[in-house]
Design a protein. Structure first.
Length: 364
């Protein structure tokens, strides 16, 4: 594919600008990307951004006649007439987004009707209202999904985005949606495990890790199911090899990072003695403190712990300053979301951290 990759966040920003321009809105856009990358959710977010309706058609679940509509005999006109399906927007909905998902996997007869909507903004006697934007999505054959080639006539009439998940963007999404801290910590130190579709295909495996899969793993960890069930669900979602590595890191996190004990410990030597000494443990602490900081007292204590991260004395060098900066930024973001700004501003630990940052900046 000769389309350069872009992040899901960049694709969302571009779609927002496209919808805002009445000329660009009339040109369809195709989102290419592997399973679970977030193509469907980003289209829904764009519709929500403008407060317009979204018609989401999963083309692999409908028949060709479903788009074209039903035919009946009009005795008055003396001819047959097509009735368009009720899910296509009518004149009472002047603007919105029509999303044709799984376009490349749909039956080729159905694709003909979908192509008419994309190319001509009509199918049969039905016309798509001028204010609507058409967005399609699908997988290429190398993504490991069922895929039919797209003809050049259609491809030449669309914008194309090759959407890929960037770990930083995914972690921002994970933080915003309260993913299990264990998942965020694991992917921070194993970013190559965010999406290993290509590796799984090469090994002729059915399942592997994907952004959507990690969301499911997070839900499993937060569900409270038994250890046996938890392992079964995780293995059955991201594959045995990925699950084995994840649970291995999880054991390290649990052994080296006791967030509750740190929150209860006194500042100083007692805190320093509980700080993690491994990379996995360090980022487990970062995201564990974030998850625990739901109220002012916990947030205030978390800031004190983060201030003490330079006290870590481990067998190998760790990116302590990087982790400290990340943790402070995440805690500030959460404080703003929960109306706890005063806790940040009143924290002596944060004040000392900010002053050190100013000195380091002035010295640089």
């Amino acid at each position: 594919m000769n389309i350069p990759p872009i992040s899901i966040a960049a694709a969302k920003a571009a779609l927002i600008e496209q919808y805002a321009d009445p000329v660009l809105r009339r040109r369809a856009t195709m989102l290419w990307g592997t399973r679970g990358v977030g193509k469907s959710s980003v289209v829904a977010q764009v519709a929500a951004h403008f407060g317009v309706p979204l018609v989401d058609l999963r083309l692999t679940t409908i028949e060709p006649v479903d788009i074209r509509g039903a035919i009946y005999a009009d005795d008055v006109q003396g001819k047959t007439v097509w009735f368009p399906p009720e899910f296509l927007p009518g004149a009472d909905q002047p603007a919105g987004i029509l999303f044709l998902d799984e376009l490349t996997a749909a039956d080729q007869r159905l694709q003909i009707s979908a192509y008419s909507l994309i190319l001509d903004r009509r199918v049969g006697h039905y016309r798509l209202p001028d204010g609507w934007m058409v967005v399609a999505a699908g997988n290429a054959s190398f993504h490991g999904a069922v895929s039919h080639d797209m003809g050049t006539a259609l491809a030449d009439r669309m914008f194309h985005f090759n959407v890929q998940t960037v770990i930083e963007a995914f972690l921002e999404h994970a933080v915003a949606h309260d993913f299990a801290p264990e998942v965020m910590a694991f992917l921070k130190v194993r970013p190559d495990k965010l999406d290993d579709t290509q590796a799984q295909l090469a090994g002729d495996h059915l399942i592997g890790a994907s952004p959507r899969g990690w969301e499911d793993v997070s839900n499993v960890l937060r569900s409270g199911v038994s250890e046996t069930a938890r392992r079964a669900f995780v293995q059955g979602r991201i594959g045995a090899a990925n699950a084995a590595e994840f649970f291995g890191v999880l054991r390290e996190l649990q052994a080296g990072t006791d967030v509750l004990a740190l929150l209860a410990a006194a500042p100083g030597e007692a805190t320093a003695a509980l700080l993690p000494k491994t990379l996995d443990g360090l980022y487990g602490l970062v995201y564990g403190l974030l998850a625990a900081s739901t109220e002012a007292p916990a947030l205030s204590r978390a800031l004190e712990i983060v201030e003490q991260l330079p006290d870590i004395r481990g067998p190998v060098p760790l990116p302590i300053r990087e982790a400290q900066t990340l943790s402070m930024e995440l805690l500030m973001q959460k404080a703003l979301e929960r109306g706890l700004e005063a806790t940040i501003l009143d924290s002596p630990a944060y004040g000392r951290y900010a002053e050190r940052r100013r000195r380091d900046g002035a010295g640089g």
